[in-house]
Design a protein around this ligand. Structure first.
Ligand code: SF4
Length: 331
């Protein structure tokens, strides 16, 4: 039976997160009223609402570095070894507004290369933040001890590993020892049939192909092949659905693959479900209805998603609370 990791009120609803990863969101509020023997108790009152309304973000993705020596041709961030790490002391004022149960994804560049990674993860753990770290398989070999430490000391809750070499038995032997909280990230347009056996029985996140950074150059050069690979992946979704433990999609992956239609769940254009460019951020009276925040620390910018067009990014000082940042991102 799974236990509750955290339960908190955000806007018009309560969010409860369980140890098996289940998240339950219910609209309502607590009433504090007289209880037995002169005590006071909180009673939950359910309400009906069209949208979840947010006063603070529910998920935050924080890019902590642009540094990376892997040189992937599809790198949407254009990360390279000439760029510097973000100064994470600038995160500290913001972290004071983090609440227990907030989900934080740490990304890069190569976040394992950041010299302050363990310090910042320790601070987040002390505040009961649920941290997921995103790395690339290419960095496993040189960081095995560090990765093991992060998991053993519960400095991270989950680990996302972007597939680099589906045939490297040594890496997958190591991954298999890390437990059930590893998710293999694959990129639509890059994933091909030779990679499929490595995904058998695993948790998989399908990310969309990002036409930014070096990914833009690659797309211009190999547009036909990338589009062909995306169409192939669309056809393979039912097979992946059966062979993987769980498959999930990021917003761009959902848009490019449209799994709901492929799996005959419901037949609508993916744009009408997740329209990144025209995503609705507020309801008719101005309440915030998006739960996500993306913070680019090296460039000190914020948006609701890494996939938003550049004009939707806003400069920040690092002194803002996360509620203020969500407000700025949704204006
Ligand atoms: S995709 Fe990831 S591993 Fe590859 S260069 Fe970019 S940051 Fe590095």
């Amino acid at each position: 039976m799974s236990n509750i990791i955290s339960s908190y009120i955000n806007g018009n609803h309560r969010t409860t997160i369980y140890t098996d990863g289940t998240k339950v969101k219910e609209t309502g509020y607590y009433v504090n009223e007289p209880g037995p023997k002169g005590t006071r108790v909180n009673r939950w009152v359910e309400t009906d609402s069209e949208n979840f309304i947010y006063e603070a973000p529910e998920n935050i993705t924080i890019k902590i570095t642009d540094f990376c020596n892997a040189g992937c041709q599809f790198c949407s961030e254009g990360s390279n070894s000439a760029t510097k790490h973000a100064d994470l002391s600038k995160l500290l004022p913001m972290i004071n507004s983090f609440y227990p149960g907030l989900e934080v994804n740490i990304t890069g560049g190569n976040p394992l290369a950041h010299p302050e990674l363990i310090t910042i993860l320790g601070i987040l753990k002390a505040r009961q933040i649920i941290v997921n770290l995103n790395i690339n398989q290419i960095h496993i070999k040189e960081n095995k001890d560090l990765i093991k430490k992060l998991i053993d000391e519960e400095l991270i809750y989950g680990l996302g590993i972007t597939l680099h070499d589906a045939h490297c038995k040594e890496d997958f032997k190591f991954i298999d020892k890390l437990g059930d909280r590893v998710v293999i990230h694959v990129i639509a347009g890059i994933l091909n049939r030779h990679d499929l056996p490595a995904l058998q029985g695993r948790r998989v996140l399908i990310q969309g192909f990002k036409n930014t950074g070096r990914g833009k150059v690659l797309f211009e050069k190999y547009k036909k092949e990338i589009e062909k690979n995306i169409s192939w992946l669309q056809k393979k979704i039912p097979a992946l659905h059966s062979m993987c433990k769980i498959i999930n999609f990021d917003i761009l992956g959902f848009k490019q693959i449209n799994p709901a239609r492929v799996l005959h769940l419901f037949d609508v254009p993916s744009d009408s479900v997740y329209n990144i460019d025209g995503i609705k951020k507020r309801d008719t009276v101005g309440n915030i209805i998006v739960p996500d925040l993306y913070i680019d620390m090296p460039n000190m910018e914020v948006s609701i998603s890494v996939d938003m067009p550049k004009e939707n990014f806003h400069k920040i000082t690092g002194q803002e609370t996360i509620s203020e940042l969500l407000n700025i991102s949704t204006l």
